[in-house]
Design a protein around this ligand. Structure first.
Ligand code: FE2
Ligand code: FE2
Length: 309
């Protein structure tokens, strides 16, 4: 009996929540109205919207295909020595991989029925995923996890898992995907205003609402595991988390905006930047801000860095 069911942990709680919330079906959305709305987008607007959607479509497939080694790595840890139950976390991830498959399924269907294409490469050029960390890199992260499993070294495995959770849940989900949702919100709202409508792409908005709800659980679980891994190996914060966050800040938060041209009139990139900075602070706070040398206060460090440039 590997699970102590009298001690249900955060991962198990989130698994239970997911059983109730995560039951939506991408096939149930009627996409006729969305297809009509899409024809009202200008060519530039379509291209800009497709750029973010393409990042998501590819990204959802990438996260679906690279999550399995996380379960294998958890299973290779000595459960009784760890400050959390690795089996409950494995159950949680089993649910997450199904949800990621469903997100891929939704984008696949939407591309086919509304955008009339399965192409993503032409829209990704020079933008979204190509600057700094890309979901393509999750395949390398998965390889590193497999190598750590083979090493049989506990610390190496905990470090590899910490880096993997930071890349996947900490950066791709908590930062890149959430920034993308804010971008969708703005584009759709601005287009609706222009068309004097309450909402456009209604089924897209509804389904993305479900995806976001799933992702909120993925992010919370990821932050919780990162904290537990820091309890197991406190040096992981200085050795892995902080340098990895620094790299993200360098490549994304301090870099130039991804798009020079913004076809949606009134689009506010700064507002998104502020929210995304807060998301990073939330991750740091969840792990424990006092454990960080430089990024305990993200905004203060960012301002310092900007002043130095
Ligand atoms: Fe997803
Ligand atoms: Fe996710």
């Amino acid at each position: 009996m590997p699970i102590d069911y009298s001690e249900r942990e955060k991962s198990y709680e989130l698994y239970r929540k997911g059983k109730q919330e995560g039951t939506w079906d991408p096939d149930e959305y009627d996409l006729e109205g969305d297809r009509a709305d899409w024809q009202q987008f200008s060519e530039d607007e379509q291209h800009r919207f497709l750029a973010t959607c393409s990042g998501f479509y590819d990204g959802e497939e990438d996260v679906t295909r690279t999550l399995a080694p996380y379960m294998m790595a958890l299973d290779a840890l000595p459960n009784e020595e760890m400050p959390f139950d690795t089996v409950q976390e494995e159950m949680y991830l089993a649910q997450q991989v199904y949800e990621e498959a469903k997100h891929t399924d939704f984008f696949s269907r939407y591309f086919e029925a509304v955008f009339g294409t399965q192409e993503t490469a032409p829209y990704r050029e020079g933008g979204y995923q190509e600057q700094g960390y890309s979901t393509d890199d999750l395949y390398d992260t998965a390889d590193e996890l497999r190598a750590a499993i083979d090493s049989g070294d506990r610390t190496e495995l905990v470090y590899a898992l910490g880096e993997a959770y930071l890349n996947y849940m900490g950066i791709v989900e908590a930062q890149l995907a959430r920034g993308g949702y804010l971008s969708f919100d703005q584009m759709i709202e601005l287009k609706a205003e222009e068309m004097r409508r309450d909402v456009v792409l209604e089924s897209f908005q509804d389904a993305i609402g479900k995806v976001r709800q799933d992702e909120t659980r993925h992010i919370e679980n990821g932050r919780w595991v990162m904290r537990k891994l820091a309890d197991a190996e406190p040096d992981i914060v200085a050795d892995i988390y902080e340098p990895r966050i620094e790299e993200y800040v360098e490549n994304r938060l301090l870099a130039d905006p991804l798009y020079d041209d913004q076809p949606f009139d009134g689009y506010d990139q700064r507002a998104i930047g502020n929210r995304v900075t807060q998301f990073l602070q939330d991750t740091v706070d969840y792990i424990g801000a006092d454990r960080f040398e430089r990024y305990g206060d993200v905004r203060a460090t960012l301002e310092e860095r900007q002043a130095a440039d």
